[in-house]
Write a protein that binds this ligand. Structure first.
Ligand code: NAD
Ligand code: IPM
Ligand code: MN
Length: 363
């Protein structure tokens, strides 16, 4: 198989973990006889520095001309005081919008060998296997107006939570399709006791549910969901929610696995290309230190092989290699118990690559 993959490393640890995804994909290409063409593009702070804009036309065109996009992370203290429209994060929001990436799929998986790293008890996190489906191109992140003003000397500010009904429907439908292939349960999370947008969200979920008689739907208010996620996470199969609620709940959910550095994601559209990125950010506190966990990014590459290219065996080979190195005790600092040894980012990438090559020799 021959595919064009756009690589957008971005900023901070985004650059370090992207290298890991490319290394692993190159190994997969060799092992399974595929040709992956990697083309690099700038986004975020790196693009602001070079081109004065967080998403240059060239990067957008590159993505549109590719079969899939892999993105590291954007942002960092260097650009934190820039005005809203030229912040690094604006580049990420724009690429999601331009590519029509309406659903962001964030699997949360329990790994028995690192269960001890979660601050939650093993009995609580054991067997967690859920997916957060986050609406990605609407809601509070994109509604207009979003601005400040001063009237009669009084400063005020507004952000808007806006949805068209079809935007709510398509992401909920995606969640039902996914649940139908998994454990058959959708939890729709909203704030319907307060927000009109949430009441429409809830109604829409009920309507969509009629088309999926084998999938069970329940509703949960977002504050309760934040609590239930750490109290009884095994109750969840597919959790679907508004853009900002999903952003917050998925970082929280990473604690079930043990670290933000473990969670991959896929962002899907009606017609492709899809975009794959870890859920974490540029981690300024550890950027440039060869200390970031590359697993979230490497698992995002596995999701790409499965969802964009239909390469199930190759995706599983990566996932198995990750599981194998964790079982063997390899750790980056974020998933190492205090006082125990850990690898660098590069070290972990090499271990995963070695496990991948090793497994293939056995097959
Ligand atoms: P963050 O996700 O970058 O980091 C939060 C914490 O998790 C930090 O302590 C960090 O060291 C740790 N962490 C994150 N990824 C890790 C990894 N792979 N391995 C080990 N530890 C990891 O969130 P933040 O600090 O709130 O944000 C920093 C910057 O990143 C901001 O500019 C923010 O806008 C941006 N950001 C970007 C994305 C993205 O590009 N998708 C996502 C989130 C945040
Ligand atoms: C994420 C990030 C982004 C978001 C930011 C950087 C715009 O937190 O991908 O989760 O809020 O969507
Ligand atoms: Mn986030």
């Amino acid at each position: 198989m021959e595919k064009r993959i756009a690589i957008l490393p971005g900023d901070g640890v985004g650059k370090e973990v992207s290298r890991g995804a490319v290394t692993i994909l190159q190994a997969v290409a060799e092992l399974f006889n595929h040709k992956f063409h990697f083309t690099y593009g700038e986004i975020g702070g790196a693009a602001i520095d070079e081109f004065g804009t967080p998403l240059p036309e060239r990067t957008l065109n590159l993505c549109k001309a590719s079969d899939a996009v892999l993105l590291g992370a954007v942002g960092g203290p260097k650009w934190d005081l820039m005005p809203g429209h030229i912040r690094p994060e604006k580049g990420l929001l724009k690429i999601r919008k331009e590519l029509g990436l309406y659903a962001n799929v964030r699997p949360v998986q329990y790994y028995s060998s690192i269960s001890g790293i979660s601050p939650l008890r093993k009995e609580v996190v054991e067997g967690v296997d859920m997916v957060v489906v986050r609406e990605l191109t609407g809601g509070l992140y994109f509604g207009k107006p979003s601005e400040r003003s001063v009237q009669k000397g009084e400063a005020s500010v507004v952000d808007t939570l806006f949805y068209q009904k079809n935007e709510i429907e398509r992401v909920i439908r995606y969640a039902f399709e996914l649940a139908a292939m998994r454990k058959g349960k959708v939890t729709s999370v909203d704030k319907a006791n307060v927000l009109e947008s949430s009441r429409m969200w809830r109604e829409t979920a009920e309507e969509v549910a009629k088309d999926y008689p084998d999938v069970q739907l329940n509703h949960m208010l977002v504050d309760n969901a934040a609590m239930q996620l750490i109290k009884n996470p095994r109750q969840f199969d597919v959790l679907v929610t508004e853009n900002m609620f999903g952003d917050i709940l998925s970082d929280e959910a990473s604690v079930l696995t043990g670290s933000l550095g473990m969670l991959p994601s896929a962002s899907v559209s009606a017609s492709g290309p899809y975009l794959y990125e870890p859920i974490h950010g540029s981690a300024p506190d550890i950027a440039g230190m060869n200390a970031a966990n590359p697993i979230a990014m490497i698992l995002s590459a596995a999701m790409m092989l499965r969802l964009s290219f239909g390469l199930e065996e190759e995706a599983e080979a990566i996932e198995n290699a990750v599981e194998q190195v964790l079982d063997a005790g390899s750790r980056t600092r974020d998933i190492a118990l205090f006082g125990t040894p850990f690898l660098t980012t590069e070290g972990m990438i090499e271990e995963i690559k070695a496990a991948l090559l090793d497994n293939e020799a056995i097959l």
